[in-house]
Design a protein around this ligand. Structure first.
Ligand code: GLN
Length: 195
């Protein structure tokens, strides 16, 4: 199994390290050709406007759009923004593949970063999932075809899945808990079987 991590800007090295720890062949994606033989792709956290600009510059928007339309793709934080169809007033280059509306920097300046324990039912074992949020977005609307995987205690949506597409508002690569990566890898395995 070979997984790519979009490596234009942001926390891509941490994803690569975690994937390698799980025994996965993980590669950095910078050019369209890097997508050639991947089974799945992770779009990391960082700054979505910068990731978008660089994706335009390197001719990656269409290849990424095509790849993520057909293959398991997981966006974390800025990656969630990059996968969403609707950013409200914000206009910036995105892939626009998931039927969600996302509010960037939803937590404002006062609490722009925080950590909290989440209950994510699809993860293995019952233990709470400790999540790191950094200038994180939230999903303000999800269409009926989107499954909500996790919310904050106040009900705000921070993890969603739409078929082979996954998006989380937090940074699963910054903690030691590999269960979310494992969940994504299971999705990749399941897709590989059906193709
Ligand atoms: N606030 C960033 C954005 O709008 C996302 C932050 C992150 O990825 N940690 O792109």
């Amino acid at each position: 199994m070979k997984i790519g991590v979009l490596a234009l800007q942001g926390a891509f090295i941490e994803h690569v390290k975690l994937l390698r720890r799980l025994g996965v062949d993980a590669v950095e994606v910078r050019l369209p050709k890097d997508l050639a033989d991947l089974d799945g792709l992770i779009i990391p956290g960082g700054e979505s406007t910068t990731i978008g600009k660089l994706a335009v510059k390197y001719g990656l928007i269409d290849p990424l759009h095509k790849f993520a339309s057909e293959n398991p793709t997981w966006g974390t934080c800025a990656g969630m923004i990059f996968l969403a169809k609707n950013l409200g007033q914000n206009k910036q280059p995105i892939l626009g593949l998931m039927d969600i509306e996302v509010d960037r920097n939803a937590f404002g300046r006062q609490i722009d970063s925080f950590e909290t324990d989440l209950d994510i039912a699809v993860l293995e074992d019952e233990a709470p999932y400790h999540a790191v949020f950094i200038r994180a977005p939230v999903v303000t609307h999800a269409d009926a075809n989107v499954t909500v995987l996790g919310t904050l205690a106040d009900g705000r949506i921070i993890a969603v899945q739409q078929g082979h597409l996954l998006a989380t508002a937090f940074h699963p690569e910054l903690t030691d808990d590999p269960r979310f990566h494992q969940y994504f890898l299971n999705l990749v395995k399941a897709e590989k079987k059906t193709h």
